[in-house]
Ligand binder design. Structure first.
Ligand code: NAD
Length: 482
């Protein structure tokens, strides 16, 4: 039997309590600085069991927080992703932990070298609201696999899910092993001031910058998983029947509230009409009734709903053609649903091309030559994701070579995220560092270099007092190292 849902509003964790829990974690880590594989696997197994057992509660809590969240999307994009990540870590953590032997060059023989992964200590995780379970637990999986203790601060925008995470984690983990801190931006600010051994933040670029500054005070290393405008370039060689549903699915999952959603599309001038017609057809088939159907998700709160409606109105006023699907559907403030909307003829003058959209709106920008499309991507801050649609292999390779982005899916959207062994992260304004699979394990480990010197070694030939032996050995060393 599942426990009843906890109340939405958990009292925020006080600064004194934050510090107390942090100190308790530090002490616990000092007692067990290098948990063996079975201790780590036990923690991962408990996390996995927690997600499996509380599936219905998580679905209900997220639905409550969003007003409406497709239960299918919660089960796929939150719970399945997390359980797959936990299972992958369970299967591989023993191998990830193994010290790696490194070949020793002749001049350092007979010494030997290895790299030994070591837990860092206490890791802090700050997570956003858009996938409130997945983006809280997936980093925690990397941190636990690496042998750390974890403090998590989930988003205040999704309070039912945060309260449920706090309760479910407390049921399965000792408070000095893995714990949840409740609170808003102020609590977040207190949290990120703690001298963590690693701080992992997922959220906006604006807050990411503040978090990086707070961490710098303690020289705490950070991973920043941020957002941005992820483009989809459609090449003239692309098959629109393939492209349209794939862009539509990437855009409309979670009603566009996805960090790696294709933010805008760049389409050859002469294909714009056909592209709009193909996407419209695809969206109609995917979401026949976006204003009432169960499969379509609401916008998380009024602030974001109002922001998105204003983006559409601003684009309309500045000359974009607004195509709503189905034709004539209007945003509904009561349910906070916004029908899928294309903005044809989007330009840089429109606000929608100046900020991350994070909603079911797809601006369509046209281009004359591929060079122009590449320039449209490279003149903007480096995106988290980039989508290339082209049948022409030469074009695909060129687009990959000439643009910089956190990750890429070729001829589809989102899928690079789902591959556990592809490091996931941004570059430039879209983030620092990466996780998922072994990349997550490494993010939360210190990869310690160890050189072992045997009893007999020629190293003393380089000791002072310096004289002709030193000169001969240095000459030899120079020759040996090319
Ligand atoms: P946000 O930056 O507003 O908040 C994220 C978290 O930071 C929340 O827990 C919040 O309480 C906390 N916070 C707020 N102010 C803080 C401060 N001053 N100090 C410390 N913590 C603070 O982001 P959001 O609105 O929850 O999420 C949406 C953003 O996250 C989008 O930009 C999206 O692209 C990005 N995102 C990125 C990824 C990724 O994997 N790269 C995934 C999801 C979302």
């Amino acid at each position: 039997m599942n426990a009843p849902l906890p109340p939405d509003a958990c009292p925020p964790t006080s600064p004194a309590e934050l510090l107390r829990r942090f100190e308790a974690m530090r002490a616990a880590f000092a007692r067990e600085p290098n948990p063996d594989a079975s201790a780590r696997r036990d923690r991962l197994a408990r996390l996995l069991a927690m997600v499996r057992e509380r599936e219905r509660d998580f679905v209900a809590a997220i639905d409550r927080d969003f007003g409406h969240r497709s239960s299918h999307e919660t089960r796929l994009a939150e719970l399945y992703i997390v359980t797959a990540a936990a299972r992958h870590a369970l299967a591989n953590v023993r191998r990830w932990m193994r010290p790696r032997r490194i070949a020793t060059p002749i001049q350092l023989l007979p010494g030997s070298a290895r790299i030994v992964p070591q837990p860092l200590g206490v890791a802090g995780v700050v997570s956003p609201w858009n996938y409130p379970v997945q983006l809280a637990l997936a980093p925690a999986i990397g941190a636990l696999a690496a042998g750390n203790r974890v403090m998590l601060k989930p988003s205040e925008v999704t309070p039912a899910t945060s309260a449920l995470l706090a309760e479910a984690i407390a049921q399965r983990f000792a408070p000095d092993e893995f714990t949840v801190v409740i609170g808003d931006a102020d609590t977040g600010a207190e949290f990120t001031r703690l001298p963590f051994d690693h701080l992992f933040f997922t959220g906006s670029t604006v807050v990411g910058r503040i978090v990086a500054m707070a961490a710098a005070e303690n020289l705490t290393p950070v991973t920043l998983e941020l957002g941005g405008k992820s483009p989809a370039i459609v090449d003239a060689s692309a098959d629109l029947a393939v492209v349209a549903p794939r862009i539509a699915v990437g855009k409309l999952l979670n009603a566009g509230q996805t960090c790696i959603a294709p933010d805008y599309a760049l389409v050859p001038e002469r294909m714009v009409d056909a592209f709009v017609a193909a996407v419209t057809r695809a969206v109609r088939a995917l979401y026949p009734d976006p204003l009432a159907g169960d499969d379509y998700t609401s916008i998380v709160n009024e602030r974001h709903y109002d922001r998105l409606v204003a983006l559409i109105e601003d684009a309309r006023a500045k000359g974009a053609k607004v195509v709503t699907i189905p034709d004539g559907a209007a945003p509904d403030p009561a349910t906070r649903r916004i029908p899928p909307t294309l903005l044809v003829g989007a330009t840089d003058a429109m606000q929608v091309m100046r900020e991350e959209i994070f909603g079911p709106i797809l601006p369509v920008e046209s281009y004359a030559k591929l060079d122009d499309a590449i320039a449209a991507v490279t003149r903007r801050p480096r995106p988290l994701a980039f989508y290339v649609f082209a049948e022409d292999r030469v074009v695909r390779e060129r687009l990959l070579r000439e643009t910089i982005a956190g990750g890429v899916t070729v001829n589809d959207t989102l899928w690079h995220f789902a591959h556990e062994e592809l490091p996931f992260g941004g570059v430039g304004a879209s983030g620092i560092g990466a996780y998922h699979g072994e990349a997550g394990f490494r993010t939360f480990s210190h990869m310690k270099s160890v050189f072992s010197q045997p009893r007999r070694t020629a190293a003393k030939l380089l000791y002072p007092p310096y004289g002709s032996t030193f000169e001969k050995v240095l000459r030899l060393l120079k020759r040996l190292s090319g």
